[in-house]
Design a protein around this ligand. Sequence first.
Ligand SMILES: Cc1cc2nc3c(=O)[nH]c(=O)nc-3n(C[C@H](O)[C@H](O)[C@H](O)COP(=O)(O)OP(=O)(O)OC[C@H]3O[C@@H](n4cnc5c(N)ncnc54)[C@H](O)[C@@H]3O)c2cc1C
Length: 392
Amino acid sequence: MTVAGDNEFRPGEIPDWLGAPQARLRGSLSAWAQAELAGVAADGGDEAARAAFRKLAGRGVFRYVVPRGSGGIRRRVQVRDLCVIRETLAGVSPLADTLFAVQALAAWPIMAAGTPDQQAAWLPGLAAGRGMGAFALTEPDAGSDAAAARLRGRRRGGAYVLDGVKSLISNAGLAHLYVVFGSTHPARKGKGLSAFVVEAATPGVEVKERIDLISPHPIGTVGFEGCRVPAAQLLGQPGQGLGIALGTLEALRCSVGAAATGMAGRALAEAVRHARRRSQFGRNLSRFQAIRFKIADMTTDLEAARLLVYQAARAHDRGDGDLRRKASMAKLFATEAAQRIVDQALQIHGGRGLVAGSVMERLYRDVRALRIYEGTSEIQRLIVAREVLGRP
Ligand SMILES: Cc1cc2nc3c(=O)[nH]c(=O)nc-3n(C[C@H](O)[C@H](O)[C@H](O)COP(=O)(O)OP(=O)(O)OC[C@H]3O[C@@H](n4cnc5c(N)ncnc54)[C@H](O)[C@@H]3O)c2cc1C
């Protein structure tokens, strides 16, 4: 965090201890994102999403979501990189951040559970941005309770036939491939879930509905009807799907916190700028103690959030223990803190903060989803409590 003279306030610096490669990545990506993405994200249409996706692919950011052997940058995927990228993108274009995040969500299960042939078939395309991925776990009756997924996968000779519906699926209708979680043994409940890679062009895959959220985010409901998927597209063994899904979410969870710090950092910078420029009662807003205390609390919240996020990312990359607790604490605290920070930043802007299309109004809408997707705040609390106290 740099706190400097009147013209300079940069809340978006990553901790010194994170690592030189991540500091370099932050420096180079930040300038690029400002120049290339700032104008893209204002509307939520498919063309805006495709344009942002092409830019991200051209910049090579998707190469951070797969290992070098599959067209990636690093020998092993580094969650610190993913967090740096998400924090940087989210501060400029939440839409670009979403596209990056979902590409990582699609690549991770293939990287973690795929055979060498499966990895060779799909990961280089995801890394190059030739194909867009999606991660299809949630169903109308299975949200937080992912083990309740009912999409059915029946073995028929050398294939599985999928039938069911996935809801709230990011990139629905835009994705080229979906990683789909469905039940191959319903009697075993969660232990009967399996993971499949399903190409969007497969007969029986149909986007049933596109959903408009409060902020730009391509998302919708995808149906699978008599959808025949070669058994060679099963990831891992039958029954390993829930472990693959939860392992993916656990690995990437702190990156949601990173996106939150990106949005919160932007909101804080906007609030500081506004407080220094706006005067009421013959004084600059930045001289009122009520405003100064808000800025102090926002700054403290942001730095604490960032420390938890990068602590969890580093723990993952080093293989430290206690990762589950750290990842959930990072997601929980950072997304809740970001909501507080954005709300206070808008308050400091007064009525101007509510003007449709303004930076503050957009951030106010953008930040909300982070407390819900990839495990709600309540679910993160359940995980942290379970790690501390054991199962009730
Ligand atoms: C922007 C966005 C993008 C998304 N993208 C994807 C995607 O790409 N792929 C995908 O599979 N899904 C995606 N989702 C779905 C997301 O993962 C779910 O919305 C989330 O898991 C919560 O499920 P739900 O909405 O069904 O809420 P519910 O599970 O119905 O929860 C409703 C409320 O009850 C609370 N609750 C539930 N269980 C408990 C409990 N045991 N104790 C205490 N409180 C509880 C929740 O915290 C929440 O407040 C996305 C969602 C959003 C908003």
